[in-house]
Design a protein around this ligand. Structure first.
Ligand code: GDG
Length: 476
């Protein structure tokens, strides 16, 4: 991580307050049943924890408990400041406004988005509490970095209280095009909320353009300048830079961790355990309807039916991490996925030898690395996805330059990983063709594609992402 950033992230003499504060819905840790804290899974934590480990500062967020009474505490030298949620906040802000309104709308409305004035009122009030907690942590003239779709109103709420602060905002999911954004009754509030930041970061250039189109259509501004990867908005005394910063992974640490004798031994043992098939396909996702898990199972099933994949030589490992089980749409996708798993195994498996090895739980990251190294083809087929870090982790882990990536055009990663097998996940025939092409390609092509993708991720890794965002924010 860049050393010249450290001056602005030192813990200050300003009482207990910090020069660098991250604000996200969730803290990087969760409370386990036995009362201990462990890392909470998901893309935002995977990305931000290494960034925080390189600096001193505070992280403001919810600890995952409802009606809890956690206080401020320290984890791996990070000051954690807890924002409490009541049962009503959880239902209305988290399950309701965040995950039944914004999440589906911003992911292309593949599930119907719900619009309820009551849940939106709670979204506002909870955002205000996060903003207040952030201001309480932030030292005079400090930098605050607000994250993700749960906290879109927080930048302007901080700006109101703390004109001295440098405020950054980063959205981890896609930002919708005008025709979808327009449906949101609170679209102007959201955009005004974001424009409280000095820098508004998005995953892709398309997302940055969508924000600017929304601002042009719905906000009062003095001036908007458009550039290739974003633009600048001026309104009154406030200037916001809106720009794409494709998020990434810690390439070198993943590459090193995946390239050891222990991992080699574990990979051989795993492949032997599943019957040494010639083709190992892999999916790793939160069990979310945006990820297209059902779609890839359907494609694999048809390839087996059409004898384009040999059931004696094919295994698909699907890790589906439980997620948001009480939110609308999640039980349905779980049912669809599990029905397809049963159909494939029932029709094509043998006793003791299922085709789909389905794991409905989170695994330690060290085990994910073994899966990444063991898989001939990774299937990443979301209908819509901000970036998809799993794709970049897989590429980083393949120090052997082997393996292939089937990647949805609608994942942010598709803007960068152009040597993958790109697919339109809505096109089942196209998806089947690309899976088959990835399975059948020769070794030279496999190496060529993997080397190119690894170079891409190596030169645009997580450190580069954080550095470029914070450098621009420092100039604000
Ligand atoms: C959001 C956006 C965007 C997964 N299973 C296990 C596990 N994981 C880790 C992976 C990866 C992360 O979770 C998943 O990240 P993704 O990017 O694939 O997806 P989301 O959780 O939806 O993340 C996404 C991201 O934010 C970052 O901006 O890319 O578009 O939706 O790091 O390794 N980790 C462990 N066990 C598991 O079983 N330990």
């Amino acid at each position: 991580m860049d050393n010249d950033q450290t001056s602005m992230v030192e813990r200050s003499d300003d009482g207990d307050r910090s020069q660098f504060v991250v604000v996200a819905n969730r803290l990087p840790v969760r409370l386990d049943d036995d009362g201990s804290w462990s890392l909470s899974p998901g893309g935002l934590v995977s990305a931000m924890l290494p960034v925080m480990r390189q600096r001193t500062g505070a992280w403001v967020g919810w600890d995952g408990t409802v009606d809890g009474d956690s206080e401020r505490f320290e984890f791996e030298d990070i000051q954690l400041a807890v924002v409490e949620l009541s049962a009503a906040d959880h239902d209305e802000y988290y399950s309701g406004a965040c995950n039944e309104t914004i999440w589906p709308l911003y992911h292309g409305a593949i599930e119907a988005a719900q619009f309820h004035r009551e849940t939106w009122a709670t979204y506002r009030s909870v955002n205000q509490r996060f903003a207040d907690a952030a201001c309480a942590e932030l030292a005079e003239g400090g930098t605050v970095w607000v994250h993700d779709y749960q906290l879109q109103l927080v930048p302007s709420m901080i700006r109101e209280q703390r004109p001295d602060a440098k405020i950054g905002y980063y959205l981890h999911i896609p930002f919708p095009p005008l025709e979808l954004l327009s449906r949101l009754p609170w679209r102007q509030q959201v955009l005004d909320g974001l424009l409280g930041a000095d820098v508004v970061g998005l995953q892709t250039q398309a997302d940055a353009r969508n924000v600017l189109s929304g601002v042009r259509r719905f906000c009062k501004t003095d001036d908007i300048v458009f550039a290739a990867d974003g633009g600048i908005v001026r309104a009154g005394h406030q200037t916001a830079v809106v720009k794409s910063f494709p998020i990434s992974v810690d390439y070198h640490s993943i590459a090193a961790e995946a390239d050891t004798d222990e991992v080699d031994i574990a990979v051989k043992a795993l492949r032997a355990e599943i019957g040494n098939p010639s083709v190992v396909l892999l999916g790793v996702d939160r069990l979310d309807y945006t990820k297209g898990i059902d779609l890839r199972l359907k494609a694999v099933r048809e390839l087996l039916i059409e004898q384009r994949l040999d059931p004696r030589e094919t295994v698909l490992i699907q890790v589906a991490v439980p997620s948001r089980e009480d939110v609308l749409g999640y039980e349905d996708v779980r049912n669809r996925v599990e029905q397809l798993v049963s159909m494939i195994n029932g029709d094509f498996g043998e006793l003791g030898r299922p085709i789909v090895q389905y794991i409905h739980k989170g695994l330690p990251f060290s085990e994910l690395l073994v899966l990444y190294r063991a898989a001939d083809v990774l299937l990443v087929t979301p209908f819509q996805d901000g970036m998809n870090l799993v794709a970049k982790e897989y590429v980083s882990a393949r120090a052997d330059n082997r393996g292939a990536l089937v990647l949805s055009e609608f994942a942010g990663a598709a803007e960068e990983l152009t040597d993958s097998f790109l697919v339109n996940p809505y096109d089942t025939e196209g998806l089947k063709d690309q899976i088959e092409a990835a399975v059948r390609m020769g070794e030279d092509e496999e190496r060529e594609r993997m080397v190119a993708m690894r170079e891409q991720v190596e030169s645009n890794d997580l450190a580069a992402w954080a550095k470029s965002f914070l450098a621009l924010l420092a100039m604000a």
